[in-house]
Write a protein of this length. Sequence first.
Length: 535
Amino acid sequence: MEQIKIENLSFSYPLCEKKAIDNISLKIDNGEFILLCGKSGCGKTTLLKQLKKELAPHGEKAGNIFLNGKLIEDISLRESAEKIGFVMQNPDLQIVTDKVWHELAFGLENLALNKDEIRLRTAEMASYFGIEEWFNNKTIELSGGQRQILNLASVMVMHPDVLVLDEPTSQLDPIAAENFLYTIGKINRELGTTIILTEQRLEEAFTYADRVFVMDRGKIISDLAPSETGKGLNDMPEFLKIAAPTAIRIFNKIGGAGNCPVTVREGRNFLSKTNHKNICKKQKKIFSKTNAVELNDIYFRYDKNGKEILKNLSLKIPENSFFTILGGNGAGKTTLLKIISSTLFPYSGKIKIFGEKPKKSGAKIASMPQDVQTLFTAKTVMLDLKEVNKNEEKIKETAELTKITDLLEKHPFDLSGGEQQRAALAKVLLCEPKILLLDEPTKGMDAEFKADFAKIIQSLKKKNCTVIMISHDLEFCAKYSDLCAMLFDGDISACASSDKFFSGNRFYTTASCRIARGIIDNAVTDEDIIKCVNE
């Protein structure tokens, strides 16, 4: 049964000649799981916000959207609040109260429901989403994963018919992201709620979708089942060729025939039937004996009597290396980065930068925070860049490198999430640091620019810059980083070359490693697998 119908929808932002949405027509049936994918700035978020009239941006719109046969514009605010749920990228932008229980009840209170019904609904949602243990906690005390689950529960307590999610896992660690998507799938299967999801992490999302909408330059260019989308991957835009699930990429790269695998299980079954080498041989990586950063017995807590965030932590980061730090939400990764940059100071332990105390070293350290909007202070991207470097030729070169040349005259807050990441990266690079600290830089980046971002990091290494990155992006870390460390319980629990790190893990590893385990040893990327099959 048709639930959502879009007819010839176009939309342009003020003062923009280019259409953000260009003549889109589509239909979504009741209970479908729709995955909408596309590169940053292609119009995904703009399209989603058209479904929720309270969030629809200001601009010139043409065409119609119907919900259950009724024009979106004719739906009352109450009906919109009840029928269409919306979960944003950043959970902090959606949480409005100080207590978990109050956040769950807030929407119902605004609908003026009686107390008994509010108690029943909040109790049911708390039980369904496993919130009982932190039901009375302050929202500020929650981890990133818990805040996003709370956002989802606060939307679902309204009993929506349609659930719209805009890159909801972008700030979650891999396990929290997987659990979140599993919960979305469960809502779709068990409650029959229609799901419309945008994601840059497609590995898990593909497995839940009924249909995949591929968006490019404001248009829907493909509308197929996941396996059919995968089978036609070679005819898709470059961003999808890079971002598609690992099993699909392997299938297409080695010229697979028959049904295209989508899941890890299907990928393993396909790989086991190919002619392949049993082990992936790799060259041993050699690192500098000089350390850019050395931490010894670091202890840190935010409050005098508070919990130890870091304890007895020791770490050596070689000069001119690309070093990545992984771990769950709330593990202390950002705190560690702030200690390296001397933004925070441990109450015990020693820090050395190139063998000297931080103040004596004189090394320029630049940081790109997780919330990149804190870096923007000017009216345009160009003015923001000029704040750190007046050299216009250098600005032009860096803008081309980060692919923001056509964004220079825009206000930073008018950019998409991925575009903001690139603009922030440009601003940090113009500082010309000796040590570059990056906190979740690939968040919101499309796969195509991630490949460019990796090239930028390689070019920085050639200029004797050490890059230290916090990330939840396991695939990116496995493919490009030199060394990986796991932060757990306040200390570094593991540190090894990226190959050894991921091949030794069973859950906290890449899809390629899970597909190849027991079939091709030591394979951690799709390139490793493809090489062993083609040879």
